[in-house]
Design a protein around this ligand. Structure first.
Ligand SMILES: Cc1cc2nc3c(=O)[nH]c(=O)nc-3n(C[C@H](O)[C@H](O)[C@H](O)COP(=O)(O)OP(=O)(O)OC[C@H]3O[C@@H](n4cnc5c(N)ncnc54)[C@H](O)[C@@H]3O)c2cc1C
Length: 227
């Protein structure tokens, strides 16, 4: 544990397979930055609910936006405690025994309370970070939100109070007695792939695919390749 780690409490202490857990800020941030969506969990009137949504990160803050009418946004600006989970699935782990089947993954769980972002300049900055997380460079290459659109948009931040990461890598765990069984075992690696961009019919006639989109795409294998 260093200063760069989140503090550990009974809320975020990884108990199950604790060796896979981490509280290292950089590790948690890396997972948060790679994940495309977050699942925000909250409880209202004794009814737990989990809602997937886009998000961004700025330092120790997670950033959210949505319709001013959205229940999720109402919850986030209310300041009540929320729990936010993100994950990337890296593979299906097939063991000789069904008991030891598993997945390879990188996941992060965050605890904190939200608040509304009021200041217009600040709201724009948050929207830019969320947009550029989805596709770096897009904020500067589309019409900016007008006054009416900004009014219809609620912006909230959640300061990370506690966090944990959990990562599973590697092959299947096998019981000694199972190793000679005649079942295939191993890992099916999985990763996100992308297809070629599809222009919006005639609306994109004569407009080149933006270079930032090409750059971003280059990190993913093209769907259908590698088989
Ligand atoms: C893609 C995927 C598939 C999974 N499939 C299964 C499955 O089928 N069965 C199963 O039992 N488990 C599965 N897990 C692991 C699961 O997320 C939990 O870690 C595990 O079930 C233990 O839960 P728990 O509440 O007992 O954990 P505890 O260790 O009691 O949780 C205590 C605290 O540890 C932290 N923590 C726990 N799990 C995670 C996590 N995944 N990421 C970050 N922090 C965490 C949280 O802060 C949590 O509050 C999967 C995980 C992923 C990402």
């Amino acid at each position: 544990m260093t200063d760069e780690s989140f503090r550990i409490t009974e809320t975020n202490r990884v108990r199950q397979v604790a060796r896979r857990g981490s509280y290292d800020r950089d590790e948690v941030f890396r997972i948060l930055d790679q994940a495309m969506v977050a699942i925000v969990a909250f409880s209202e009137r004794n009814q737990p609910t989990a809602i997937p949504t886009l998000f961004g990160r700025r330092g120790d803050e997670l950033l959210f936006h949505g319709s001013s009418k959205s229940r999720l946004m109402h919850v986030l600006v209310s300041g009540q405690p929320v729990c936010i989970a993100t994950m990337m699935v890296d593979g299906i782990v097939l063991a000789k025994s069904l008991f030891h089947h598993s997945m390879n993954y990188r996941s992060a769980v965050v605890f904190g309370c939200g608040k509304r972002v009021e200041d217009e300049t600040e709201r724009s900055k948050v929207l830019q970070i969320i947009t550029d997380k989805m596709l770096p460079g897009r904020w500067g290459d589309a019409r900016l939100p007008n006054e009416q659109e900004m009014k219809a948009t609620c912006v909230a931040t959640v300061t990370i109070d506690l966090a944990s990461a959990k990562v599973r890598t590697g092959g299947p765990i096998e019981d000694e007695a199972d190793t000679t069984l005649h079942y295939w075992s191993g890992v099916l690696p999985l990763q996100i792939s992308a297809s070629k961009p599809i222009a919006a019919d005639t609306r994109s006639n004569g407009i080149a695919i933006p270079s930032y989109l090409e750059t971003w795409l280059s990190q993913f294998p093209l769907a259908g390749e590698n088989r």
